[in-house]
Design a protein around this ligand. Structure first.
Ligand SMILES: *[C@@H]1O[C@H](CO)[C@@H](O)[C@H](O)[C@H]1NC(C)=O
Ligand SMILES: *[C@@H]1O[C@H](CO)[C@@H](O)[C@H](O)[C@H]1NC(C)=O
Ligand SMILES: *[C@@H]1O[C@H](CO)[C@@H](O)[C@H](O)[C@H]1NC(C)=O
Ligand SMILES: *[C@@H]1O[C@H](CO)[C@@H](O)[C@H](O)[C@H]1NC(C)=O
Length: 209
């Protein structure tokens, strides 16, 4: 009877583990797939910017929503993934991470530099794009936090990944601001001032800790 009970418990623990943990290989794959999605979204933004055809705009949102769904699912499955100690596995995950980061930097750059065009071909982008960016940024923040936690705290991967995470944040803010500039398209002074004051307030906040 006891043995049966313990086997049952072991089975529960085992299946729970199997459900709640991703292997480092699976995480690396997922990061690389997310990167592809990010690059595809960027290509689409640039294409829309150059053709001035508003038709495919909803596809940008779909691509971003897909990224959010994948990221949030992975976060759930990563909570029990142990810290990666194998150097080759760390490298694998880090490369996927960098790849995804790069795609996000390029996507945000494309959105920033296409903001005026997007707003002029369909003004609903003025609110919709920033809201999509904020949702994506929030999901990615949680996701990156978990991925970074897989690297040993004293490793250079951990430090590098944290730096890259901060760059993604900055680029997201810049893209939101590019859409947030109201109807005074291209008002660089307003943009610069807001950017300055925001960086300033962030610095103050950090300094007061
Ligand atoms: C988007 O289009 C505008 C207007 O045609 C152009 O000035 C801008 O450089 C383009 N942005 C990108 C990233 O190609
Ligand atoms: C602008 O985009 C919205 C939402 O994607 C869409 O419902 C609307 O029909 C578009 N308007 C134009 C003029 O394309
Ligand atoms: C990190 O710390 C662990 C022990 O906590 C140690 O074995 C390892 O060599 C350290 N790695 C680096 C890169 O300092
Ligand atoms: C923003 O900061 C930059 C450099 O820190 C400065 O050159 C620029 O004049 C500032 N812009 C505004 C509007 O305050």
């Amino acid at each position: 009877m006891h043995r049966l009970f313990f086997s049952f418990m072991a089975l529960c623990l085992y299946t729970h583990w199997a459900v709640a943990a991703l292997t480092s290989g699976e995480i690396a794959n997922s990061l690389n797939e997310l990167a592809q999605q990010g690059f595809a979204a960027k290509d689409l933004v640039l294409e829309i910017n150059s053709t001035a055809d508003a038709g495919p705009i909803p596809d940008i949102y779909t691509k971003m929503d897909t990224m959010v769904a994948v990221v949030l699912t992975d976060v759930n499955f990563m909570t029990n993934t142990p810290i990666i100690t194998d150097q080759a596995e760390e490298q694998d995950v880090y490369e996927g991470y960098s790849n995804f980061v790069q795609s996000l930097l390029e996507l945000m750059g494309a959105l920033s530099s296409s903001a005026a065009q997007l707003k002029s071909i369909n003004e609903t982008t003025m609110n919709k794009v920033p809201s999509e960016i904020r949702i994506l940024q929030t999901a990615i923040d949680a996701y990156f936090y978990n991925v970074i936690g897989l690297f040993p705290a004293n490793s250079s991967y951990n430090a590098q990944a944290n730096n890259q995470k901060a760059q993604v944040d900055t680029h997201c803010f810049q893209a939101v601001w590019a859409f947030d500039r109201g109807y005074s398209n291209g008002n660089q002074a307003t943009y610069q001032a807001r950017r300055n004051s925001s960086l300033h307030s962030r610095r103050i906040k950090r300094g007061s800790l």
